[in-house]
Design a protein around this ligand. Structure first.
Ligand SMILES: C[S@@+](CC[C@H](N)C(=O)[O-])C[C@H]1O[C@@H](n2cnc3c(N)ncnc32)[C@H](O)[C@@H]1O
Length: 273
């Protein structure tokens, strides 16, 4: 695969990347497409379980009640949306830029008897197809880094949230200058997955400019990024077929285990009342 085809916009390229990933057998991932979260003394917990833990920890910050309307920005195969709906009784609308993910997420929800409680729609997060104030809360699990204009995403999320509504998200950022010998590993990851690292210094000002009030920021790198790359480097070669066409430089989780500067942040913000 060539990660970048100049004829396509970034969201279109990302959509095609996830169409290809959807075609893989992802049974081993449990359907969620994000990193795990571990307590520091339980790194033996499998990734699938630790990934659910991250979903739960994020959803808990939304203080959801039955009937609440939740927007899942970049919903993947809909596994987090289904889990949140089951745990809280909320109604979850997931959007993704990959049409194949939306088809698969809809099929899975039907098979699991969740059709009335979750729904999925192809859309670009930078241009949300929903009326103002149509959601009580929003969640974005490891999706924002694919979107070329984060601030525009946050403006759109603010628009569709009701006053007092919260968003919780995870995003990748550089915790410090990346040493030259590790930079190529980071570059490869960013290139293969069509991502950018957030500007950590500008994140809170950016949320403010978009009209959101930041309420919590956690650096979850040591409990999320590092143990995930460790587990993936031990037992995950599922991504190989997707990148095989890319030729020589193929992303390898093992290369990332020691890149301390590659960080993940969990952020919560709200739309002022
Ligand atoms: C790493 S996956 C995470 C999926 C899901 N949140 C999960 O945790 O299982 C990234 C998701 O972001 C979505 N995405 C990327 N760019 C997008 C955009 N511009 N608009 C909407 N969704 C986007 C992809 O389609 C994919 O579903």
């Amino acid at each position: 695969m060539s990660a970048h085809d100049s004829a396509l916009s970034v969201p279109e390229e990302v959509g095609l990347l996830y169409d290809r990933l959807t075609a893989l057998d992802t049974e081993g991932t449990g359907g969620s497409l994000h990193l795990g979260f571990w307590d520091l003394d339980d790194t033996g917990v499998p990734l699938v379980e630790a990934a659910d833990r991250l979903t739960d920890m994020m959803a808990d910050r939304l203080l959801l009640r039955p009937g609440h309307r939740v927007l899942d920005v970049g919903c993947g195969l809909g596994q987090p949306a289904g889990r949140i709906a089951r745990r809280t009784g909320a109604h979850v609308t997931g959007i993704a830029i990959s049409r194949d993910q939306i088809t698969r997420a809809t099929e899975i929800a039907e098979a699991e008897g969740l059709s009335g409680q979750v729904e999925f729609q192809h859309a670009d997060a930078m241009e949300l197809p929903f009326p103002d104030e149509s959601f009580d809360a929003a969640i974005a699990i490891e999706s924002i880094f694919h979107m070329p204009d984060r601030e525009q995403v946050f403006r759109e999320v603010r628009r569709v949230l009701r006053p007092g509504g919260r968003i919780v998200l995870t995003d990748f950022f550089a915790r410090g200058p990346i040493p030259a010998d590790k930079q190529r590993h980071v570059d490869r990851l960013l290139r293969d997955f069509i991502m950018t690292l957030a500007d950590g210094d500008d994140y809170l000002p950016m949320l403010r400019r978009a009209g959101l009030r930041f309420t919590e920021l956690l650096d979850i790198t040591e409990q999320s990024v590092r143990p995930t790359f460790q587990q993936m480097s031990r037992d995950n070669d599922q991504l190989d077929p997707v990148f095989a066409e890319g030729g020589d430089a193929k992303f390898s989780p093992a290369d990332m285990v020691d890149v301390d500067e590659f960080g993940s942040a969990l952020l919560t913000a709200e739309k002022p009342r």
